[in-house]
Write a protein of this length. Structure first.
Length: 328
């Protein structure tokens, strides 16, 4: 039976940043990456590189400007500004991709740390960009049920995938606020060059997956309003083999009722008790009849201490009774 509410399909996206990679700038890129939905440039890439991706993949290319503004040149040198032909600048804008329906929002540049960099911004300048985007973000939420799906920037959020001790590679505190306010599904950024591929390139912050794409990554994107499919659960560990039941005490009884009971210890017995005295009058009859009350030859039980054998009266009053019997 098919699922009533299936998850939407994932959209693979090629994201590039900061350096030209020969594996991407190749004649075979269409055979290897022709399945991507679109391309995202996260800054500091020359215009000729983005234009090559437009022609080679024949897919939409969205980009933001990095702090070096390489996107405005074709030879990788600062000179006359040239916008990348066929690519769309996302800086300070909200764009909805027509093929996938994903909503993209972009912020250019890096935090201000030097005098000669063309695309550096203070925190208040980024907050001003966010304020200008508010009407569009509210309209997206009203019409599509979400404000943004993919956040694209050159710099990371402050404290997430950045280098706080390096003023040139720290993140924006304003981007942290943007994520907390609008909850995009994914944040793609560059700016921090991680050449050690063993280091983590992605972190989750406030429910948003923040991904450093340097120098390139293929990322699966989902709309922000739908949950991501959970990762497959690992197989359960095999059950440990039970040891064979031990013989004797402690072995499991059939039926699963626990180990059987062992042999009972012998009951504790005190000193042997003397036979109980016969009822009053029975001793006289038994003695007179020669033990006729029982089997022949059975001896009468010895008298208990303090009682007479014939009457069962206490010994203290027995002396007076003997004297009276002698007088009479």
């Amino acid at each position: 039976m098919p699922h009533l509410n299936p998850l939407p399909p994932a959209y693979p996206v090629l994201a590039v940043s900061d350096e030209i990679d020969d594996r991407i700038h190749s004649s075979s890129v269409r055979q290897r990456l022709g399945h991507v939905a679109f391309v995202v440039g996260c800054g500091d890439l020359p215009a000729r590189y983005l234009e090559f991706l437009v022609d080679a993949l024949n897919k939409p290319v969205y980009y933001v400007i990095g702090n070096h503004a390489e996107e405005l040149t074709r030879k990788g040198e600062r000179g006359k500004a040239h916008q990348p032909a066929g690519a769309l600048d996302l800086g300070g804008r909200s764009v909805r991709d027509p093929a996938t329906g994903l909503i993209l929002v972009g912020f250019p540049g890096s935090p201000r740390y030097g005098e000669n960099e063309p695309a550096q911004y203070s925190e208040w300048e980024v907050y001003l960009m966010i304020a200008r985007l508010l009407p569009r973000l509210w309209w997206n939420r009203l019409k599509h049920g979400r404000a943004v799906d993919v956040l694209v920037s050159h710099s990371p959020p402050l404290g997430v995938n950045d280098l706080p001790q390096d003023p040139a590679h720290r993140g924006f505190a304003a981007l942290r606020r943007f994520i907390e306010w609008f909850h995009p599904a994914v944040h793609l950024h560059g700016h921090v060059h991680r050449y050690d591929r063993s280091q983590p390139h992605a972190r989750t912050f406030a429910g948003t997956e923040v991904v450093n794409v340097f120098p390139y990554r293929v990322v699966d994107l989902f709309p922000a309003a739908t949950p991501r499919p959970p990762p497959p659960a690992p197989p359960p560990p095999p059950a440990p083999a039970r040891p064979p039941p031990a013989a004797g005490r402690g072995a499991a009884r059939p039926g699963g009722r626990g180990p059987p009971r062992g042999p009972r210890p012998p009951a504790r017995r005190g000193p042997a008790r003397a036979p109980r005295a016969p009822p009053r009058g029975a001793g006289a009859r038994r003695g007179a009849g020669g033990g006729g009350g029982g089997p022949a030859g059975r001896a009468a039980p010895p008298p208990r201490r303090g009682h007479r054998a014939d009457t069962g009266e206490e010994a203290e009053g027995g002396g007076v009774a003997d004297e009276e019997a002698a007088v009479h």
